[in-house]
Design a binder for this molecule. Sequence first.
Ligand code: CA
Ligand code: CA
Length: 297
Amino acid sequence: MIRGGEYTAAAKLYIEQGLIEGTRTDDSGIMLYFYDKSGKQVSSVVGTVIKGMPQKEWVDISATGVAPEQAVYARIGLFTSAWNMMIGYYDHVTFEGQSPGSLLLKANGEINVGDTFNVTLQAKDVTDLYAVQAALEFDPALFEVVDVQMASGLGSTANAYLGWNKDNTKGKINIIATLLGDRALGGSVDIAQITMKSKQFADPANLIVSKQSLFTDKNADITKLSYVMSDDVKLGVQFGYAAEDFNKDHKVDAQDVALIAKQLGKPLDDSNRMFDLNGDGIIDITDLALVVLKSLQ
Ligand SMILES: [Ca+2]
Ligand SMILES: [Ca+2]
């Protein structure tokens, strides 16, 4: 339950017979109640009034309300009142809330093959966030995990805890992070800094927050509610070109070495300036050695 969030309870109703004047009922057919931590009702919302609604067919009814500040859970009431009795049937009851936020991955700019680079696991647009369980997936042919650290947005070891493991064979990272004590975070919260290494170029090259990931708010001990994601969330990693990758095929190899080898000693002009890797105004064996070094990494 997100305080300030809007929630809708909906159902299908079939009125077999309304007893008001023999033909109709004039109460709401659905109610939404909000409760605080102690189980005390803090507000109620009247839904669709069913007076005048067609009988002997399925109709849609709903109740929409904003969760008060103290609300931690809700109940849906499916009835009409004792003074407006009906014989009716309910089906397909649903309860939907404002999106409680999501987990995603962020990276800065382009990377090159062979680079180590940082990715941030973030909880976006959350309210009263308390704990996160993230299952990340990647193609192990393209990437490997080097390290995972708690992001400063979550806190420090004094007031938060982060544990993780990895499987570089299957391409998985599991991260569990929680606040300690009586804290909660809102907005967009950086959870973890993940250091990855790129092994090979691909397009697309995705890092994925699996939909098995979940997070909880500070009331999860009461509500036993975890927020899950409706789908996988992907980060498409963008590749640039290493300076030594002269033929721009996302590899530095003997082809690039051969290209610079043919340019040794030639005067610099706009067509071959990229071969002067150390920028000293000449293309010589020092530049070639840099390409060889890179290709051997
Ligand atoms: Ca190349
Ligand atoms: Ca040079």
